[in-house]
Design a protein around this ligand. Structure first.
Ligand SMILES: [Zn+2]
Length: 116
């Protein structure tokens, strides 16, 4: 069996991370209704899912992935993927997003580097 995050089976959340995921979803979702039939109970999966970048891959180790918490309606099975980085359940391995100021600075640098 492959080992993943913090030595558990790949994708399995610790109790602390699981509790954090449930708390985050409970506080962020404005409604707990299923979009297909209304009131329901949701099951929060204890194993993360992932979506990989599309296209041919030379090696799996360099592949970018989006980690997701899977939340499933217990009546109809409709499932929602919640980004586990946004929820604070797993750390981001990506640099922080660029701010508007960063983008202006990059544009300014690019314009200065362009030969006239
Ligand atoms: Zn449903």
């Amino acid at each position: 069996m492959s080992r993943g995050f913090e030595g558990r089976p790949a994708g399995e959340l610790s109790q602390e991370a699981y509790d954090k995921a449930v708390d985050w979803i409970t506080t962020q979702w404005g409604t707990s209704d299923c979009p297909f039939h209304g009131p329901t109970d949701w099951y929060v999966g204890r194993v993360l899912a992932e979506a990989r970048s599309y296209g041919p891959v030379a090696g799996f180790s360099n592949k970018s992935v989006y980690p997701f918490i899977v939340v499933t309606c217990t009546k109809c099975g409709y499932s929602v993927f919640v980004n586990a980085i946004v929820a604070g359940v797993v750390p981001s391995t990506q640099p922080a997003p660029l701010t508007a100021s960063d983008i202006r600075e990059l544009a300014d640098r690019a314009s200065r580097a362009t030969p006239s």
